[in-house]
Design a protein around this ligand. Structure first.
Ligand code: HEM
Length: 220
C-alpha cells in the first residue's frame, strides 16, 4: 500500500498550514499548537492500540518504538511548562478525528490499521523533514520536538518492513479496498485539522497573534 504519491498526500503537504510550516513561516506558537492537538489524537490512537493489541489485524503493526504520547508529553512540558495540560482543548477537527479513531477501534479493527499506518508511517517519512525544520526554525533540537525523534535506526527500512507486515495481514480484497478508502479519510481528517490550525495561526507577520494561544483556555 504505497500511498505517498497519492493526491491526498499532496493536498496534505500543500495545505496552507503545512506549506507555511515547511517554509519556516510559522511561529513557534503554531508549531506548539500542532503538538497540542496531536496529543489528543495520539492518546486516542495509543489507548485504542492497547485494547486491540491481541487483534490479528492490529497486533502485528504495534511496536513500543512507535509510541508518541510519552514524547508529546515531554514536548508539551518543555513548550508550555509543567501545567501544560491545564485548559488544553481539542479543536473541532481534532474532536472529529478522535471520534473516528474511537469508532474504528471499537467496531472495525482493520479500519484502525489504516489510521495507524497513515500517521505513524507519515511520521517516519515526512515527519523526519519536520524534525530537521523544528531544529532549524525554532531551535527544538531535542525537547520540544521529541515527537519527531524515533528510536529507530533506519526509518526507511522500518517503513518497508511495516508495509510488508501490513500487506501480509489476512484481509479480503474487498476489505483491503475499504482500508485504502479509510487511509484517504485519515488524510482528510488531517487536512481538516490543518485547516482549523491555519485559521488560528497565520504565517509570521510582526505581532500577528503574539501572546494569544487559541488552543488553550485560561492561563497557566
Ligand atoms: C510536512 C509535510 C509532509 C511532508 C514534507 C511529507 C513528505 C513525505 C515523504 C518525502 C514521504 C516518502 C515518500 C517515499 O518514500 O517515496 C512521505 C510518505 C508518507 N507520508 Fe508524508 N509528508 C508530509 C505530511 C504527511 C502527513 C501529515 C501525513 C499523515 C496524515 C503523511 C503521511 C505519509 C504516509 C502514510 C507516507 C507513506 C509511508 C510509507 O508507506 O512508507 N505525510 N511523506
Amino acid at each position: 500500500m504505497r500511498i505517498a504519491k497519492r493526491a491526498e498526500h499532496e493536498n496534505t503537504r500543500q495545505s496552507p498550514f503545512m506549506a507555511d510550516l515547511l517554509d519556516g513561516r510559522l511561529k513557534a506558537e503554531a508549531f506548539a499548537a500542532l503538538s497540542r492537538q496531536l496529543w489528543f489524537i495520539y492518546r486516542e490512537l495509543e489507548d485504542a492500540a492497547e485494547s486491540l493489541a491481541n487483534h490479528h489485524l492490529v497486533g502485528p503493526l504495534l511496536d513500543p518504538a512507535l509510541l508518541r504520547v510519552p514524547a508529546l508529553e515531554r514536548d508539551l512540558a518543555h513548550l508550555d511548562g509543567p501545567h501544560w495540560a491545564q485548559g488544553l482543548v481539542p479543536l473541532p477537527a481534532t474532536r472529529r478525528y478522535c471520534a473516528r479513531v474511537r469508532e474504528v477501534a471499537r467496531a472495525w479493527p482493520a479500519g484502525y490499521a489504516a489510521h495507524h499506518y497513515t500517521r505513524y508511517m507519515g511520521d517516519l517519512a515526512g515527519g523526519q523533514i519536520v524534525r530537521v525544520l523544528a531544529a532549524k526554525t525554532w531551535g527544538h533540537t531535542h525537547e520540544g520536538a521529541l515527537f519527531y525523534h524515533f528510536d529507530i535506526r533506519n526509518p526507511s527500512a522500518y517503513r518497508r518492513r511495516y508495509r510488508a507486515t501490513l500487506d501480509a495481514l489476512p484481509m479480503s480484497e474487498d476489505e483491503t479496498h475499504r482500508v485504502a478508502r479509510e487511509v484517504t479519510h485519515v488524510f482528510h481528517l488531517n487536512n481538516m485539522l490543518f485547516h482549523d490550525l491555519a485559521e488560528l495561526h497565520a504565517p509570521t507577520e510582526p505581532s500577528n497573534g503574539a501572546g494569544t494561544s487559541p488552543t488553550r483556555t485560561g492561563s497557566s
